[in-house]
Design a protein around this ligand. Structure first.
Ligand SMILES: *Cc1c(COP(=O)(O)O)cnc(C)c1O
Length: 353
């Protein structure tokens, strides 16, 4: 098999070793296939516990927080977070940095909350991260999206809001070090940087659980239920949790998030340097807000160069470089497992154009 260079935006590339171990477990996981094993079996309960513990280890999760694996993706997370974080005022502040943030706002409104968008970069095509905003006194929480997967912006530091902070980290969790204690609730679909699609990770401060002002929540949407049942309220996404666990083992055995962050910085520097110095290309995003995970760029002269550039990267075995459908151009997603060598292949082609 000749391996391609996967710059796709999600599901993500995972380390080759993880693919190998995962495929082995499909055939033999203590005498059964991981695909047929009972989620209540001792062997799988151990996997779930290890996955939760490795999340805590990788991110230095402090005491007083729980790690939960659910289904439904970040898209259900938009609703779950709003419902669980709603307090007396039923009002929340959101920073709108792109399409996913907009969807989070929609779902909070569906949950019956009053949403105040305290900052937005929508008028400028979401090309920057807003930094000036005032947090109203009467909001129950503030919601941000750490990395804008579609437009390619990223919070480089997190705002101090004086209110419980909630964050959708779907597309950059485990890519860099950060302080979990700054957040009351973090959620992330597994398929961008953690594992195969299917699982959704929640890291929640225990003291916020069970305090929703919306009354009794639908059972699956109540995080306190899942925390008490240790992510085994119903059948969890067994395979996704298993492979996420393997990937976390791999991450920690290779220097953890710190080493990963250094590698991610190198990859980003290599590609942004080329975009900035090669007159055939341009970037759209505010320099200081550029995402290290999703690099959005354009040809300076599409009419002249598009056909040849597309041919070049296709021939080099690069996949997933096409820009988001409404945005055009190109998007190079460089999730954790994408090797530096793949970025070098792309940069070499850009030089050739
Ligand atoms: C991909 C993505 C989502 C949607 O995730 P699903 O798991 O498909 O629901 C939400 N937020 C961000 C930041 C994303 O990158």
């Amino acid at each position: 098999m000749s391996k391609k260079h996967n710059f796709g935006a999600g599901p993500c590339i995972l380390p080759q070793e993880v693919f190998q171990e995962a495929s082995q477990a499909v055939l033999d996981f203590n005498g059964l296939s991981i695909l047929e094993v009972s989620h209540r079996s001792k062997d799988f309960v151990a996997v779930m516990e290890e996955a939760q513990n490795l999340v805590k280890k990788a991110l230095n999760v402090p005491d007083g927080y729980s790690v939960i694996f659910l289904q439904g993706g970040a898209s259900l997370g938009f609703l779950i977070t709003a419902m669980n974080m709603a307090r007396e005022n039923k009002k929340a502040a959101y920073i709108n940095t792109g399409q996913w943030a907009s969807k989070a706002i929609e779902q909070a409104e569906m949950a019956g909350l009053e949403v105040e968008v305290i900052a937005s970069s929508e008028e400028d095509g979401f090309t920057y991260i807003p930094k000036d905003f005032v947090v109203p006194e009467d909001v129950d929480y503030v919601h941000i999206t750490s990395n804008n997967t579609i437009f390619g912006t990223q919070f480089k530091s997190f705002p101090k809001t004086g209110k419980p902070l909630v964050c959708d980290m779907s597309s950059d969790i485990f890519s860099r070090e950060f302080n979990v204690a700054d957040f009351d609730l973090i959620y992330a679909g597994a398929q961008k940087n953690l594992g195969p699609a299917g699982a959704t990770l929640y890291i929640v401060k225990d003291e916020v659980l069970g305090k929703s002002s919306l009354g009794v929540l639908p059972t699956y949407l109540d995080l306190s239920v899942h925390q008490k049942k240790e992510s085994m309220f119903n059948t969890p996404p067994v395979f996704s949790v298993y492979v996420s666990m393997l990937n976390l083992r791999h991450l920690i055995n290779n220097g953890g998030v710190k080493a990963q962050e250094e590698l991610n910085n190198k990859k980003a520097e290599l590609l942004y340097n080329e975009i900035d110095n090669n007159p055939k290309f341009k970037a759209s995003v505010n320099k200081e807000d550029r995402s290290n995970m999703n690099v959005v760029f354009f040809l300076a002269d599409e009419a002249a160069d598009k056909e040849r550039f597309d041919q070049l990267w296709n021939d080099a075995g690069i996949v997933g470089l096409k820009g988001y459908r409404t945005l055009g151009g190109y998007r190079a997603s460089m999730y954790n497992a994408l090797p530096l060598e793949s970025v070098q292949v792309l940069v070499d082609i850009m030089k050739k154009l």
